[in-house]
Design a protein around this ligand. Structure first.
Ligand code: GLN
Length: 198
């Protein structure tokens, strides 16, 4: 018996690592590049990478409206780093006009791209995460932070006073990259959310 069919948006970024992590926690990973592939999954993971490039490809592939509609319709989703940016309802420093990152509005939040600034633009550290007994070793790579959340949003982790992990209903987002550490707890949480068990 296999777990839920979880799509991994396979345009750019850490696709392979997320496919492996999703399989590692007992779900069925499906790379998604096309409308028909999106239609066939019950949830979607949006990897890290570069949110402006991913947005450009989403436009080219005419996936923006359909993704927004699935999210508005309650499709569970998980976005890491650039994926978190795409799941926002508003993006600060979204990028140059015409190439800007697109907010798909999965979570009622404002996210700032490249928020940690140049000097500390990539770093790692142990972060306590609501609901997990042990801290998560979090890797941040030119990461965003969450600047503002709506009333329905639950903050799960913070760094320097800014949320770096949030959840609203079935949609989860982290500024960091759990796929690079081998710690599968965030992917497990997502699969549990998809299965209605978290
Ligand atoms: N800075 C990237 C962006 O704006 C995100 C980096 C990442 O996903 N590691 O999309």
């Amino acid at each position: 018996m296999s777990g839920p069919r979880i799509g991994v948006l396979a345009l750019q970024g850490d696709v392979r690592e997320h496919l492996a992590a999703v399989a590692g926690v007992g779900a069925e990973p499906v790379p998604v590049r096309r409308r028909a592939e999106l239609d066939a999954v019950e949830a979607l993971l949006l990897p890290g990478g570069e949110s402006t490039t991913m947005s450009h490809l989403l436009r080219e592939l005419e996936l923006v409206d359909v993704l927004r509609a699935r999210l508005a319709d309650g499709m569970p989703a998980y976005g890491s780093c650039a994926g978190m940016i795409l799941l926002a309802s508003e993006i600060v420093d979204a990028g140059a006009e015409g190439r800007a990152a697109i907010p798909l509005a999965g979570i009622d939040m404002t996210v700032r791209r490249n928020a940690f600034g140049r000097q500390v633009d990539s770093f790692e550290g142990d972060v306590s995460f609501a609901g997990l007994a042990e801290p998560v070793h979090a890797v941040f790579i030119r990461a965003p932070w969450v600047e503002h959340v709506g009333p329905e949003v639950q903050v799960l982790a913070e760094v320097a006073g800014h949320p770096v992990a949030v959840r609203q209903g079935g949609v989860l987002a982290t500024s960091f990259h759990p796929e690079v550490t081998g710690d599968r707890r965030i992917h497990r949480l997502f699969v549990d959310i998809v299965a209605g068990q978290a």
